[in-house]
Design a binder for this molecule. Structure first.
Ligand SMILES: [Zn+2]
Length: 116
């Protein structure tokens, strides 16, 4: 069952709401994920509502330029991204959501390293 979560970056410039059935989080070993340490959960396009215009975020792209990593230009936190393997979805950083007890959510290890 989907729950609506509020989320934000650290400084509060970037705010969003997401509808998600948070039954797992993804931990990936690709070059950027292993540095960032975010816990990602993917949702369909229409499950993420931005309270801050997308133009207000900084965009980082590299290599094939398919993945789109959006982060706050002030505090540097990444609240969500477009994954390379599913660019029509949002990968939302679960650490940016309010009201989530991370210790109760199963971790799914993803080996994205071979996609670098
Ligand atoms: Zn911020």
């Amino acid at each position: 069952m989907k729950t609506t979560y509020k989320g934000s970056c650290h400084c509060g410039k970037i705010r969003f709401e997401v509808d998600a059935d948070l039954d797992h989080v993804r931990v990936c070993d690709c070059t950027i994920c292993r540095r960032r340490g975010a816990l990602i959960h993917r949702v369909e396009e229409n499950c993420l509502r931005l309270m801050t215009p997308i133009e207000d975020l900084s965009l980082y792209q590299w290599h094939t330029k398919t993945a789109r990593d959006y982060f706050c230009p002030i505090c540097g936190i990444l609240p969500f991204r477009r994954p390379r393997t599913a660019p029509d979805k949002w990968g939302v950083n679960v650490r940016c959501r309010e009201g989530v007890n991370l210790s109760t959510i199963p971790i799914k290890y993803v080996h994205g390293g071979h996609l670098d």
